[in-house]
Design a protein around this ligand. Structure first.
Ligand code: UGA
Length: 462
């Protein structure tokens, strides 16, 4: 099928790449001229595992073209809207880009178009789109509007797209449902050559859930808000564990064994970030407010999350005392591993708080340094975890990149001013860190004193 995607952010690019990979002809539009030039030249504007190779493959096969919104509207019967819906200052989602696309479709398209909103939008946006097309569309335009929320995690979006648990479509006609069924058929039946796994792990085929548009839109906001709620919940349990001497890792394990609770999203830490949870929780609160429902539970979720920054700084301060003039090594800037995205990353807020206290920040992230420089121009960026640790009074781990679990502790011990690790993600083993002569402090679990003195470390590491 000929399909257009408007917006080449990580959702738009993943959708484009994966739909082309399963055999459709894709046209992807991007309005930022510089980004479009890059894409046409084969340069990726963002880091996302597997995306570059899938895009390279489908372009080689002649299944993907990049270009303008106008061409995207002209070329395809099915148009996915994947433009940004950033937060306004009052927490509402800014829908101006969605409206811009609707205006362009109304003005330009003739014949049938299936307009699919994939961007995260407030409930009833589909209804507004329909109204817009009916008021502004030419008499030649015939259309359906559908909602098809995405559940793609940055860092694993290609895998999530090709091997989803569910595909949700909100439709109000059998034609729209049948077209979306055709688009997703290879994924529903899991019939395609997987670009990630040579042999895909055995899994159940995804559920294809067709429902009404309002419900589909709510499924997205309710899912993200629920996951955010789980994180804030376990973060409070972690605080409690620290006071009463329990281990949050054990508590989360015990809770997660109940299938009604599930073990996912029970990792405590410095809070949730990224371009989805913080803005979606805010937008969901606003949607509820405007509908006359007081969703104060979510306000508490947000408040707990915002409190994680000050709480973490306090944890650090209680160890190193005065922060002014102290070198602090920051390991990880991205809002989570396997992405270069630093939008709404708690790590960025922690670094800002450290700078405000007069600390000297030496930071390293395997992917996110370029993007971090735009928001944190005045810190020292380092080439690796060791360089960051040079002369540090404390190493704070803020993103759980795999490489931090594999550091050479002997090498590290020689570089730091004081062997102290504060693990904001519970990514490291307290026993391993302590056995290597470092003082370990995690989240919601007992800290571990170094089991070797520095002179012993020096001799062991000889
Ligand atoms: C999230 C959802 O997981 C996707 O299903 C959804 O499609 C996407 O938002 C979106 O709306 O586009 P994403 O923001 O990429 O995906 O990242 P997550 O893996 O969900 O993590 C979000 C934040 O929560 C991160 O800062 C992460 O570190 C934090 N987190 C996650 C925790 O603190 N603890 C956990 O147990 C899990």
């Amino acid at each position: 099928m000929n399909i257009s995607v408007i917006g080449a952010g990580y959702v738009g690019l993943t959708t484009t790449a994966c739909l082309a990979h399963i055999g459709h002809h894709l046209f992807c539009a991007e309005s930022d001229a510089e980004k479009l030039d890059k894409l046409q030249a084969g340069v990726m504007p963002l880091f996302e595992p597997h995306l570059e190779s899938v895009i390279r493959g489908v372009r080689k096969a002649g299944l993907l073209t990049f270009g303008s919104t106008e061409e995207a509207i002209d070329r395809s019967d099915a148009i996915f809207i994947c433009v940004g819906t950033p937060p306004l200052t009052n927490g509402d989602a800014d829908l101006s880009d969605i409206e811009g696309v609707a205006r362009a479709i109304a003005k330009r398209a003739s014949g049938y178009r299936l307009v699919i909103e994939k961007s995260t939008v407030p409930v009833q946006t589909g209804a507004r789109l329909r109204r817009h097309l009916s008021v502004h569309g030419t008499s030649r335009l015939k259309y359906d509007v559908a909602s098809n929320p995405e559940f793609l995690r940055e860092g694993s979006s290609v895998k999530d797209f090709l091997h989803p648990d569910r595909i949700v479509v909100g439709v109000d006609s059998t034609r729209a449902e049948s077209l979306l069924g055709q688009i997703y058929e290879p994924i529903v039946k899991q019939r395609f050559t997987c670009p990630i796994h040579s042999e895909c792990p055995r899994r159940k085929n995804p559920v294809f859930l067709a429902t009404d548009t309002n419900s589909a839109e709510l499924i997205k906001h309710a899912s993200n808000s629920f996951l955010a709620m789980k994180i804030s919940f376990i973060n409070m349990v972690a605080n409690l564990c620290e006071v009463v001497g329990a281990d949050v890792t054990e508590v989360a394990k015990g809770m997660g064994l109940d299938p009604r609770i599930g073990s996912a999203f029970l990792n405590p830490g410095i809070g949730f970030g990224g371009f989805c949870f913080p803005k979606d929780v805010q937008a969901f609160i606003r949607i509820a407010e405007k509908s006359g429902c007081d969703f104060s539970l979510l306000r508490e979720v947000e408040k707990i999350n915002q409190g994680r920054i000050g709480w973490f700084i306090e944890k650090l301060r209680s160890e190193v005392w005065v922060l002014r003039g102290k070198k602090i090594a920051v390991w990880g800037l991205a809002f989570k591993p396997n992405t270069d995205d630093v939008r709404f990353a708690p790590s960025i807020e922690i670094v800002k708080a450290l700078l405000a206290e007069g600390a000297e920040v030496r930071a390293y992230d395997p992917q996110a340094i370029d993007k971090a420089k735009a928001v944190l121009p005045n810190i020292t960026y380092c080439d690796d975890a060791y360089q960051a640790a040079k002369g540090a009074e404390a190493v704070v781990l803020l993103t759980e990149w795999e490489e931090f679990r594999k550091v050479d502790w002997c090498r590290l011990a020689r570089l730091v001013e004081r062997p102290l690790i504060i693990d904001g993600r519970n990514a490291l083993s307290a026993q391993v860190v302590a056995a290597n002569g470092f003082h370990y402090i995690g989240i919601g679990r007992a800290s571990a004193a170094p089991q070797l003195t520095q002179s012993l470390v020096a001799s062991v590491c000889e």
